[in-house]
Design a protein around this ligand. Structure first.
Ligand code: ADP
Ligand code: MG
Length: 405
């Protein structure tokens, strides 16, 4: 068990074919407390895999230091770092059985004398002989017990003798997980481990990983591009973009109080609707020719900003189908997606022709082209300045609520 610290970590890859060096991470500071499940998200190419590979020792940082517990890890080989990584591609050893794959790290972790090596080999070779003829090896017996424990945890017992090519994708991923947990490392690193699985299997394995992490209490860094995984699996989410940490917080903090436009657009599906607004009073925004009231913590953040042009953000659930009324916004339905439990409507506001996405009940009959009216939740507004930074809501709305580990 251990906390993890990235201290001022930078990473550039050398230039390819005479180009510029690729700067992937810039002075990254990140503290992951012992036992935390941290989900790492960001657009493709933003450096998520690089961050995990730096911690695993598969890449060298260009600057800064990474600590696992009290221990700086630069200068330690991957095997000495007490971390285990699970990849999207499983990366199983094709010539080893499931049992061999799970036990691989255990067998490799401690150096053996030549005598031990001979004894272990004889033990393995004699395993199928009647008991009195078997060559004992305390080390091998310990490893076999551990493999059996892991197999029980992940329901892999019936598969132990199979080769990876005889397994389905989901089974392979469970073996890869088994290999990671077998060594009882201080830190798990998982790089999009579920993205090759079909939707149903993904949901099941997601629950299994969360349950396993909570039970073992092992500090975990988990990379995903899946919104549901990001929102549901971790204690906290770190959003990375353009080499920098954009925001770090619980899933609900990021969803409710995104720190900037990037996070507002990245967390949540469909993303937050963005509209150009002007502050016209202490609790009023102007959208084109319409005045819209604002309530809640954001109303106070507007003090002294009359006349400012801002970007106003509304989650799809903060726009509701409503009767025709002066205070509501007229819009035309452009496109609808029936999802069974709800429908997602893309609508064009009459005011300024802006497109917004709205959630509606599944039984509303709303063909493309129909006119609707939308009520804006006055509590739902989030506001961003010209630089894309969120206007800070007054405390305690944005106060960090630390997750219970
Ligand atoms: P992510 O996992 O977030 O999609 P990566 O960490 O894999 O992103 O890559 C970040 C950036 O670094 C990308 O632009 C990628 O092309 C570049 N990159 C990754 N590995 C190497 C490498 N070995 N050499 C050069 N550039 C690399
Ligand atoms: Mg990646």
């Amino acid at each position: 068990m251990a906390e993890v610290r990235f201290q001022q970590v930078s990473k550039s890859y050398p230039p390819r074919r005479g180009g510029e060096p690729v700067e992937v991470l810039r002075n990254l500071n990140l503290h992951i407390p012992d036992g935390e499940f941290l989900v790492l998200v960001g657009p493709s190419g933003c450096g998520k895999s690089t961050l995990l590979r730096l911690l695993a020792g598969l890449e060298e940082p260009s600057g800064g230091e990474i600590l696992v517990g009290e221990r700086p890890v630069s200068g330690l080989r991957p095997a000495q770092r007490d971390v285990a990584m699970v990849f999207q591609s499983y990366a199983l050893y094709p010539h080893l059985s499931v049992a061999g794959n799970i036990g691989f790290g255990l067998r490799r972790s401690r150096p053996r004398t030549a005598l031990q090596l001979v004894q272990d080999n004889l033990h393995q070779a004699s395993r199928r002989l009647p008991r009195p003829l078997r060559v004992p090896s305390a080390r091998e017996e310990r490893i076999e017990r551990r493999i059996a424990e892991v197999a029980t945890t992940l329901e892999l017992e019936p598969l132990l003798r199979r080769l990876p090519k005889e397994l389905s994708g989901g089974q392979k991923q469970r073996v890869a997980l088994g290999r990671a947990i077998a060594r009882q490392p201080a830190v798990f690193l998982m790089d999009e481990p579920l993205s090759n699985l079909d939707a149903k299997l993904r949901a099941g394995t997601r629950a299994q990983i969360v349950e396993l992490q909570r039970r073992l209490g092992t500090t975990t860094l988990y990379v995903t591009h899946d919104q549901v995984e990001a929102m549901t699996m971790g204690h906290r989410i770190a959003v990375l973009n353009a080499g920098r940490l954009q925001q770090l917080g619980t899933p609900m903090q990021l969803y409710r109080w995104p720190a900037n436009l990037f996070v507002a657009q990245f967390i949540g599906s469909p993303p937050m609707n963005l509209l150009p607004v002007e502050v016209i009073g202490p609790a009023q925004l102007q959208l084109g020719g319409r005045r819209l009231p604002l309530e809640g913590p954001m109303a106070e953040a507007l003090a002294g900003r009359t006349g400012h042009r801002l970007t106003g953000g509304l989650r799809p659930e903060h726009l509701r189908l409503a009767p025709a009324a002066n205070r509501n916004l007229r819009a035309t339905v452009r496109h609808g997606e029936a999802l069974g439990n709800e429908q997602l409507l893309t609508c064009q506001l009459e005011e300024g022709d802006h497109l917004v996405q709205v959630r509606a009940a599944p039984d509303e009959q709303l063909a493309a082209g129909s006119t609707i009216h939308l009520a804006v939740d006055p509590d739902g507004w989030r506001l961003f300045d010209a630089g894309g930074e969120a206007l800070a809501p007054p405390r305690p709305a944005a106060e960090a609520v630390l997750p219970e580990l």
